[in-house]
Design a protein around this ligand. Structure first.
Ligand code: DX5
Ligand code: ZN
Length: 224
């Protein structure tokens, strides 16, 4: 049994067949479903929101891992919790009162997560780590799938893994999102990531979703 979790990002899936794509991911060995919510303000793109999470909740038991790339995410916590999100991750850069926002997510029965952009240092997490269930390291500038992995992310992942170990915070997931492929996943996992988000590496025309997930696990040195 593997400890590494793979969370395919539906941003790279075929939205016209979203239910089937999610089922194909589950059957192909995915652990979570990653839902990228963008508002056209925090990031230069607009994607999907609450109704899609609600619709997915009806068709899958898999954890729905909602990544909010939106300004003032505190306004939307209740709606995403009601829609059935299991994890709700907000950006540190978008939250003046990050602690309050994470506590609200927990009160509403979801796991709180905090994400940092490539230019944000790991040190901003020092005070907030005990209050989160997940840290999401963005390894591309958020906004689009299919971008290239930013190599300095690897050192940041290792730094955060050390911070978690030093504080004996063993239950917190360390998630990495952006440009993770067969070429980069080995370094990402070796640095200490426990959850891998993958968009284009999972949903593409080159191979089936199941084959793509199996290849990622193999390249990570993970056997399920
Ligand atoms: C980027 C999103 C990612 C993205 C990942 O802003 O947060 O989840 O869809 O896609 P890939 O794996 O193709 O970089
Ligand atoms: Zn994401």
């Amino acid at each position: 049994m593997s400890a590494l979790k793979i969370a395919p990002s539906i941003l790279s899936a075929d939205f016209a067949r979203l239910g089937e794509e999610v089922e194909t991911a589950r059957a192909g060995g995915a652990d979570w479903i990653h839902v990228d919510v963008m508002d056209g303000h925090f990031v230069p793109n607009i994607t999907i929101g609450v109704p899609v999470v609600k619709a997915l909740r009806k068709i899958t038991d898999m954890p729905l891992d909602v990544h909010l790339m939106i300004e003032r995410p505190e306004r939307m916590i209740d709606a995403f919790a009601d829609a059935g999100a299991n994890f709700i991750t907000v950006h540190q850069e978008a939250c003046v009162h990050l602690h309050r926002t994470l506590e609200r997510i927990r009160e509403r029965g979801a796991h709180p997560g905090v994400s940092i952009n490539p230019s944000t240092p790991a040190s901003v997490l020092e005070e907030i780590l005990p209050y989160t269930d997940l840290v999401l390291v963005m390894s591309v500038n958020p906004g689009f799938s299919g971008q290239r992995y930013i190599p300095t992310s690897t050192g940041k992942i290792a730094t955060i893994r050390r911070m978690l170990e030093q504080r004996s915070l063993w239950g917190i997931e360390l998630q990495v999102d952006g440009g993770v492929t067969e070429d980069t996943i080995g370094d990402v996992v070796a640095a200490g990531a426990s959850v891998i988000v993958a968009g284009n590496a999972v949903f593409n025309d080159r191979a089936s979703v199941a084959d793509n997930i199996a290849r990622l696990r193999e390249a990570a040195g993970d056997v399920k």
